[in-house]
Write a protein that binds this ligand. Structure first.
Ligand code: G16
Length: 543
């Protein structure tokens, strides 16, 4: 089978964002587009000759054809082996685990995460390094630089690989090993949480609803929750992965996981509810009548992780992304462990995890994880919650009430303004940045600015600096507003405003978050002049 060096020209706009490259599917399907990016990855990481790569994705539209192209290019670039999830399926955390387990040279994960899938929706591709985590800023920059100069890519002409049959095949001189996407991941989970305790919980009549949102966690949840742990049949809903996620938006939050929310807030709600996203790295936790914000979930897991076998000797430290609420900081302080504040993006946790400085980490964007892999892990978070519920025999609402009583409650919300004209969004952020030095002490909307700055991160492990990571405004009285532009959108710009208000008064721990946050919301909108700058009045999504 001949190897081809296909002449091509650099394609603009292939700058990877917060989590790899995400574009409209139609863009990825343009002639040479995917191929150019794959070759730029291979070149940007110093070549793949003799290496083993893990390849898999969330099963969205174009997943399988893109994998065939990647395999033919990996063979042409002299990779020794590709390990591929059966049917092209691997959840992001399962891929991260496989890279580590098999000591691979890295992996290619095909997903646009929680973004919708389909011919008119989104597609994505990211490279994870040998530690199983998203490429560092330095590696991402090398890949991006290569996209600008690339003038040919390598591919072999060959028939499609059979992705459906577990076992080993060859593609030219390269080995292709098709593996069960669930087995190794499920085995890892058994080493972290107490399956016997959770089994006993379900055997005792505990009820749960897990919404797989027609995405990749369906097969994992059936095998682990209903299979290994004995949860009742029907515990998993929307469990068959589909290329367009059943026409839905596989983003586990109260807006998009409405079916689950309705169940949990309605009559005869199960004891526990959870959801995961397109590629299985995000999670949502909800108790009977009690939604748990991702920031609060991180705080609760930090407080109670010692109840699970893997964390029984305590945590070395924790980390959260800057816009994530400071609830976890308060728990960490009470435990006497360090809490690191990183920029948005899982890649920033990698060094801290590798260096053993943190055991748990998480983000407001529905991501929680630990040092067992180098990605956030939706099902792991659900299992750790189940372990805690099994040990404490308390409801989700009671666990959260106890946490707030002990540490105060960080009321929290995120406002998303989607598909904003990119120039206007940048102009708004630029204006805020320019105003920063004059904001200290300013009174606005009944609040007083205590401190205002733009977050810049100094990585304590490798000494690298990442500047321009979001504008944060702290108000007197424990409120905070953070502004940043999303790095994962595929259309226009998305402005995110993160609002937080600390309450320690025992009589004010069970209020409606929107009411508590109204004042800081007004102040944030006034300071940014969002409506005048962008023409937008209401956010598209509030979570
Ligand atoms: C990705 C990253 C997360 C990050 C999120 C932020 O999530 O993996 O670490 O928090 O993006 O997104 P944005 O820049 O839009 O705020 P995912 O689940 O999309 O891979």
């Amino acid at each position: 089978m001949p190897m081809q060096n296909v002449r091509t020209t650099p394609i603009d706009g292939q700058k990877p964002g917060t989590s790899g490259l995400r574009k409209k599917t139609a863009v990825f399907k343009r002639p040479h587009y995917l191929e150019n990016y794959v070759q730029a990855i291979f070149d940007g990481i110093g070549g793949i000759a003799g290496k083993t790569l893990v390849v898999g994705g969330d099963g969205r539209y174009f997943n399988d054809s893109a994998i065939q192209i990647i395999l033919r290019m990996a063979a042409a670039n002299d990779a020794a082996k590709c390990i591929v999830g059966q049917g092209g399926i691997l959840s992001t955390p399962a891929a991260s685990h496989l890279i580590r387990l098999r000591q691979a040279g890295g992996g290619l994960i095909l997903s646009a995460s929680h973004n919708p899938g389909g011919p008119d929706a989104d597609f994505g591709l990211k490279y994870n390094g040998p530690n199983g985590g998203p490429a560092s800023e330095a590696v991402t920059d090398k890949i991006f630089e290569r996209t600008k100069t690339l003038d040919f890519y390598k591919i072999i002409a060959a028939d499609d690989v059979d992705l459906g049959t577990i076992g080993t095949q060859t593609l030219e001189d390269m080995t292709v090993e098709i593996v069960d996407p669930v087995a190794d991941y499920a085995a890892l989970m058994q080493t972290i949480v107490d399956f016997d305790k959770i089994r006993a919980l379900f055997a005792g009549g505990f009820t749960m609803c897990f919404d797989a949102m027609h995405a990749v966690t369906g097969p994992y949840a059936y095998a682990i929750l209903e299979g290994e742990l004995g949860a009742a049949k029907g515990t998993v809903i929307n469990g068959m992965p589909s290329p367009d996620f059943g026409g839905g938006h596989p983003d586990p939050n109260p807006i998009w996981a409405k079916e689950l929310m309705d169940k949990m807030l309605g009559a005869n709600a199960p004891d526990f509810g959870a959801a995961s996203d397109g590629d299985g790295d995000r999670n949502m936790i909800v108790g009977r009548g009690a939604y748990v914000t991702p920031s609060d979930s991180l705080a609760l897991l930090t407080a109670k992780a010692h109840l699970a076998p893997a964390y029984s000797s305590g945590l070395s430290g924790v980390a959260r992304s800057m816009p994530t609420s400071r609830a976890v900081d308060r728990v960490a302080a009470s435990l006497g462990i360090e809490c690191f504040e990183t920029p948005t993006g899982w890649k920033f946790f990698g060094n801290l995890l590798d260096a053993g400085k943190v055991t748990l980490c998480g983000e407001e964007s529905a991501g929680t994880g630990s040092d067992h892999v180098r990605e956030k892990d939706g099902l792991w978070a659900v299992l750790l919650w189940l372990n805690i519920l099994a040990e404490t025999k308390k409801s989700v609402a009671d666990l959260m009430g106890d946490l707030w009583a002990a540490h105060g409650r960080c009321y929290y919300a995120r406002l998303d303004y989607e598909d904003v004209d990119s120039d206007k969004a940048h102009a708004m952020v630029d204006a805020l940045r320019t105003a920063l030095p004059s904001l200290g002490g300013k009174a606005v909307g009944g609040m007083t600015v205590e401190n205002a700055d733009e977050f810049s991160y100094l990585d304590p492990v490798d000494g690298s600096t990442s500047a321009g990571q979001g504008i944060r405004i702290a108000f007197a009285g424990g409120a905070r507003a953070v502004f940043r532009l999303s790095g994962t959108g595929t259309q226009g710009a998305t402005i995110r405003i993160y609002l937080e208000q600390l309450e320690t008064d025992p009589d004010r721990l069970h209020l409606e978050p929107g009411t508590v946050l109204a004042q800081v919301r007004g102040a944030a909108l006034a300071l940014s002049d969002l409506t005048a700058m962008t023409g937008r009045v209401d956010p598209d999504v509030v979570t």
